[in-house]
Write a protein that binds this ligand. Structure first.
Ligand SMILES: Cc1ncc(C[n+]2csc(CCOP(=O)(O)OP(=O)(O)O)c2C)c(N)n1
Ligand SMILES: [Mg+2]
Length: 896
């Protein structure tokens, strides 16, 4: 099928006129060639757009620079000085990596990525990136992770890092270290945005730019002075996260966003598109998605050749040469280029007759041409209504010499021989600065120009003009967050008074009340990935409205309903559609607003819990790296509570994954008051005490009567465990049951059944956070090991359960490994019941019976445990098994 299928559906109202036009085109193509014909079509298309005919834009253009030479703006700087500064930065970046690998073989680091992108960054540093020193937060720059050495090298030149710090590149443990890549968690006053996991920087940058518009449209902060820049690799564009959300950027008209793709045509193993052209492919993708695309393919020295290309032969050669061949030309001699690139066509060969072989080797790519880049960046920041992507063609390992430039292995080479270092010095023209003698030991010294040198003064002057250094992370509250009143939370302590509700409904109610709070409410950011109805949150659409940058241009189908689907340009709800990755990036943007804007926001991202850690775990990890503060709500949680959905929907393991993320406070509340208490305390810890943590709470869809909060339980809820009910009086044989989340139901039934039928008194404890308990246990265990002579400390969970009768049976709707997080600290016999295995669709009762977490299985487990400690005859266990008709299938549920 072709895209011009629409033509056959329109009547040709004047066939004669049509024929004339077609004939003219035929003639041109025949007589003047295809290039000329294509040119005319391009011009017609352009005129059509000017006349607003609604004609389709071509998605790809010829393999030349988008900005013609005559439209390049005047470059206002001193190119010579900037080249010197760049040479110093290139040198120090390489020196840092080489020195690190001399100090410890295999410590790693990258030379070639920054070598290819030095000019891309330096144009930004000298002319575009805005700092924070004027009091406005300035620009957000997402640096390509593997280019970090270059960013450190610049900070060194600016005097922000010293030699000792550079020498600690990748040696972080002893303090004063520089992290391998951008990690705010490790360098909280330097790096702002983690990027190195490919694809995450790009997607985060889109939602960051969108969040800036959101803040402005909601009149919470004037973000008009800030731009988001993202630097990424061409190989990185293969990540679904990189390209998966680009249409959002154009749909929302994010002209505050600029991407610079470093198209060095290579990734780690080899060419990105050896048999094609990555720049052309990306151009089509971005243009098709509605972006402004600027290609920077050729350096200025090609201009003259292109101007003389009247036959279009050069253009044709450019268009038809694949990237694998371009990569080869980058390593070959001028003679080879003359022969293979310019050779076959006599017209082409003639075009370069006046150039020497050396000249041919030195026809640089656009991404190393300062004037071309300056033109592209200027056009990008001036462009209104669309995001811009700059596709800059570079050479991987540029200036590093023969062993590096365009070699397939270049990505991972981190050492240089003495000879290579010397050649680099010569190539960068640092003959005066670096003496050959200094290189005798093969360890390149750092070089920093004196403070009174022209270079230093120029460089610092440029940064002063752009409001100070970058990257620079600072947490300075510009708009303090008012706190919600206590009353909001109090209401949830009383229980639901017999009305059956789920913790999801409770959460929605709490969220609504928080959003109604004067001052605090407007700072709440509710985020949903097309799942609001599932969670009963659609009731908020009308009251708080869905953010739509250009407003609602239609009358919604449900307009007559009280809860109609209402969009507005200052809507509060971020309805992200079906993209958990995008929603997570959106949450990160809001959750780091306290730092990047000084405007603390309180995001609540509510999602299908199965599609959280399991689906976007790496983004959650990057949120932790970013020092995000906010709430993640894993709704429809549990492997049996979400009854009908089955294997791909029932989540029994996100809490286990959450347990490995240090900053994550993971809670599994059973009751309304627990949920409210955790959120209340979370707001205090994150937004009053300023802890760099975030919360993950599981919420469920099972309805039950929410009990009132037991007196004195507040501390226990937050600490992770508290006694919920004592064992019934008068029963001497006793046991302990821990429950969390919706397993409170079967656990309470089991306690009752044990008392009534089996004469066992079971006390009930609510375990709100096994993660928290484990962390306390580990801390105490470590302290005791390090303080062998001191009075040993006792972990909280050990203390709490010291007087519990035991044996202790824990029951969860998650896998057993979740309660088992505390196994080492439980002072009694301990066994966990959980939902190990694949989910499947059935009723809640059947599923709980299948996974052996229902009332009968809890009862049998308690009885068995008692028999094991000699407090009950094993025959009673057999009797109970028979009484409940428990399935004794020898294949456990997790093998079925
Ligand atoms: C998610 C993820 N997968 C794999 C890697 C490992 N990796 C690091 S750099 C790289 C190649 C990068 O190529 P490109 O994006 O073209 O960047 P360049 O260095 O060429 O500028 C790979 C595969 C990673 N960092 N993150
Ligand atoms: Mg690359």
């Amino acid at each position: 099928m072709t895209t011009d299928g629409f033509l056959s559906q329109l009547p040709d109202i004047d066939p004669e006129e049509t024929a004339e036009w077609l004939e003219s085109l035929d003639l041109v193509a025949e007589a003047e060639g295809k290039t000329r014909a294509r040119y005319l079509l391009g011009r017609l298309n352009q005129r059509g757009r000017q006349l607003q005919l609604g004609n389709a834009e071509a998605v790809s253009t010829d393999y030349v620079n988008t900005i013609p030479t005559e439209q390049q703006p005047f470059f206002p700087g001193n190119e010579h000085l900037e080249r010197r500064i760049r040479a110093y930065i290139r040198w120090n970046a390489a020196a840092m990596v080489i020195r690190a690998n001399k100090r410890a073989d295999g410590i790693g680091g990258h030379l070639s990525t920054f070598a290819s992108s030095a000019s891309l960054y330096e144009v930004g540093f000298n002319w575009f990136f805005r700092g924070k020193e004027d009091g406005d937060p300035g620009d957000a720059v997402y640096f390509q992770g593997h280019a970090a050495p270059g960013i450190y090298a610049r900070a060194f030149l600016e005097g922000r890092l010293d030699e000792a710090e550079l020498d600690n590149f990748r040696f972080e443990v002893g303090g004063q270290g520089l992290s391998s890549y951008p990690h705010p968690r490790l360098m909280p006053e330097f790096w702002e945005y983690p990027t190195v996991s490919m694809g995450l920087g790009p997607i985060n940058s889109i939602y960051h730019a969108r969040f800036l518009k959101y803040l402005k449209d909601r009149k919470l902060d004037d973000t008009s002075g800030s731009r988001v820049w993202a630097f990424l690799g061409d190989g990185e564009c293969d990540e679904p996260e990189t390209l998966g959300s680009i249409s959002l950027a154009s749909r929302h008209g994010l002209d505050n966003l600029t991407w610079v793709v470093n198209c060095n045509l290579q990734r780690l193993d080899g060419p990105v598109r050896g048999n094609g052209k990555i720049i052309q492919e990306l151009e089509a993708v971005f243009r098709g998605a509605g972006w402004n695309v600027i290609k920077v393919v050729w350096g200025s020295r090609w201009d003259e050749l292109l101007q003389r290309d009247v036959d279009g032969v050069l253009l044709n050669k450019m268009n038809t040469t694949v990237d694998g061949a371009f990569q080869r030309y980058a390593v070959e001699s001028g003679a080879y280029i003359r022969e293979k690139f310019f050779g076959p066509d006599p017209r082409l060969r003639r075009m370069v007759e006046h150039l020497s072989d050396d000249d041919l080797r030195n026809l640089p790519r656009g991404g190393h041409d300062y004037q071309k880049l300056y033109a592209a960046y200027s056009a990008a920041v001036e462009h209104a209504g669309q995001p811009t992507v700059i596709l800059a063609k570079t050479i991987k390992g540029w200036t590093l010499g023969e062993g590096f430039e365009s070699r397939n292995a270049t990505h991972q080479i981190k050492k240089m021989t003495k000879q290579q270092v010397l050649e680099l010095r010569n190539r960068l023209n640092l003959i005066d600065e670096i003496k050959a003698d200094d290189l005798e030991d093969g360890i390149p010294p750092y070089y920093r120009p004196a403070k009174d040198s022209e270079e230093y003064q120029y460089m610092m002057g440029r940064r002063r003009a752009l409001d100070g250094p970058l990257p620079h992370r600072q947490v300075q509250v510009r708009r303090p967050l008012p706190q919600p009143s206590e009353v909001v939370f109090k209401g949830f302590q009383e229980g639901s008074g017999g009305r059956v509700v789920s913790t999801t409904m409770v959460f929605t109610g709490l969220l609504r009340e928080l959003m109604r709070e004067e001052g605090f409410g407007e700072r709440v950011v509710p985020i949903v990935p097309d799942e609001a109805r599932t969670f009963g949150m659609d009731s908020m659409f009308r009251e708080f409205e869905i953010y739509a940058p250009f407003g609602q241009k239609y009358e919604p189908v449900d307009h007559e309903l009280l809860l109609s689907y209402t969009e507005d340009s200052d809507g509060q709800i971020l309805e992200e559609g079906i993209t958990e990755a995008g929603s997570m990036a959106s949450w990160i943007a809001a959750a780091t607003s306290y730092a990047h804007r000084g405007v603390p926001m309180v995001p609540f991202y509510t999602f299908y819990s199965m599609f959280g850690f399991q689906r976007v775990g790496d983004l959650i990890w990057s949120a932790a790296d970013s020092r995000a503060r906010g709430f993640l709500l894993g709704a429809t949680a549990g492997r049996t509570t979400l009854a009908g959905e089955g294997l791909q929907h029932q989540d029994g393991h996100s809490l286990l994954q959450a347990s490995a993320v240090p900053a994550c406070q993971a809670y599994d509340p059973a009751f309304a008051y627990e949920l409210a208490a955790v959120i209340h305390d979370g707001i205090r810890r994150m937004y009053v005490d300023g802890e760099d943590i975030f919360y993950y709470l599981t919420i469920y869809n099972e309805n039950y009567d929410q009990p009132p909060q037991p007196a004195g339980s507040s501390e226990g809820i937050l600490q992770g465990l508290y006694k919920w009910a004592s064992a019934p009086e008068g029963l001497t044989n006793q046991a302990t049951i821990l429950f969390s989340g919706p397993s409170q139901g079967p656990a309470r039934q089991a306690a009752q059944e044990l008392a009534e039928r089996w004469g066992v008194g079971a006390e009930l404890w609510s375990a709100t956070s096994y993660k928290r308990l484990r962390e306390d246990g580990l801390e105490v265990e470590r302290w005791n090991r390090l303080n062998p002579l001191a009075e040993p400390r006792v972990p909280l969970v050990t203390r709490l359960l010291a007087d519990a009768p035991g044996p202790i049976v824990a029951v969860t709707d998650f896998v057993r490994a979740v309660p088992e997080l505390i196994a080492g600290f439980v002072p009694k016999r301990f066994v966990a019941l959980g939902t190990d295995g694949y989910g499947r669709s059935d009723t809640r009762d059947s599923l709980r019976s299948f996974f052996e977490t229902d009332m009968p299985n809890i009862v049998v487990t308690v009885l068995h445990e008692l028999s094991q400690v000699g407090r009950l005859d094993p025959s009673v266990v057999a009797e109970a098994l028979a009484h409940y008709g428990i399935d004794t299938n020898p294949t456990p549920p997790w093998q079925r």
